[in-house]
Design a protein around this ligand. Structure first.
Ligand SMILES: [Mn+2]
Length: 323
């Protein structure tokens, strides 16, 4: 990040009285952690603000400080500034997208690979493991007061997106920022327990189904599984129960790409793809209108789960063949 990012951030907020913050649908700890931390910082400046998201917080993020700020409809009719954080694509705002296209200036704070380039003020760092890390840097540079709430929210973002500092995207800065946030009251124990060490019985049962049905090709370098709507019903499970399933397959030693096809609601098939090392699955996801990072991407299909499976598996096999 360049120093002028902090200057741009500061001057964009200058004289502003109201801000709308948005993050991506199906929010994770980085999405909600950074959006809510930004909300707290705007409180410090006395700027009225609201946090919009297509979904309410998933079960494992209900513990986040002030999570009840997350709304699906706006409070303010108009705002002076809109800020999108942890996403680059207007589409990923879901149902709240129109509230970010009202003509108010738009700021984007993000770490995904840019392609749509929305917004007039763009603070983008694709080398940052989390949007929360970019925001934490900005807040340090503008001398924000790091309360325990802000520290826990930012730490939740960094911990989530680095998989507790296990993923390849973990940088020295992520660790030193985490140390700083711990010093300022960030509750790492609570984050670890709530995000990684707690799930309902329905999730454990559905994981059994998913692993039992795992398919493989390319000498075991590609693994995938299909969870049809009927399986969700049988396990009394929801889509958020599938969090982490794809990694269970990827962590098998022969597997280099893993994918999961799921149909939590009839007619819409959601796919998550994970890869090892240099295999770029974001590029595959983009062919189907999705996106993400090199090693973690996703896309959605309309139609049958069988058709989604055959289309995506073919492209993933090509990706492995050309590697
Ligand atoms: Mn993120």
């Amino acid at each position: 990040m360049i120093k002028s990012d902090a200057a741009a951030f500061k001057s964009a907020l200058d004289g502003v009285k109201s801000v709308r913050i948005g993050t991506h649908q199906n929010p994770d700890g980085d999405a909600l952690g950074s959006a809510l931390a930004l909300s707290h910082y705007l409180d410090q400046l006395g700027i009225a603000n609201e946090v919009l998201c297509h979904n309410s917080a998933p079960r494992n993020l209900q513990f986040l400080p002030s999570v009840n700020r997350v709304r699906q409809t706006p409070i303010a009719a108009e705002v002076d500034l809109a800020i999108m954080i942890d996403l680059e694509s207007i589409d990923r705002l879901g149902t709240v997208a129109p509230y970010f296209q009202t003509g108010a200036p738009l700021m984007v704070i993000d770490h995904h690979m840019p392609h749509e380039m929305p917004g007039q003020i763009r603070i983008i760092d694709t080398s940052a493991p989390a949007a929360a890390l970019i925001l934490a840097r900005l807040l340090k540079q503008v001398d924000a007061h790091f309360t325990p709430e802000i520290s826990t929210l930012l730490l939740a973002g960094i911990v989530t997106d680095t998989g507790s500092f296990r993923y390849r995207n973990t940088t020295p800065e992520a660790l030193s920022m985490a140390a700083f946030l711990l010093e300022h009251g960030g509750n790492l124990n609570r984050i670890s327990e709530e995000v990684f060490q707690r799930k309902p019985l329905s999730a454990t049962r559905l994981l059994g189904y998913a692993l039992n049905g795992m398919k493989m090709s390319m000498n075991g370098s590609l693994a995938w599984t299909v969870i049809p709507n009927s399986a969700f019903k049988l396990a009394n499970a929801s889509d958020e129960d599938t969090e982490g399933f794809v990694n269970e397959m990827l962590f098998t030693d022969c597997v280099r790409i893993a994918a999961i096809f799921r149909e939590p609601n009839p007619g819409k098939v959601r796919c998550s793809i994970r890869s090892r090392s240099d295999l770029d699955v974001a590029q595959v996801a983009r062919k189907f209108g999705g996106g993400g990072h090199k090693n973690a991407a996703g896309c959605t299909f309309e139609g049958t789960i069988e058709s989604a499976e055959s289309q995506l598996v073919a492209e993933l096999e090509k990706c492995l063949e050309s590697s």
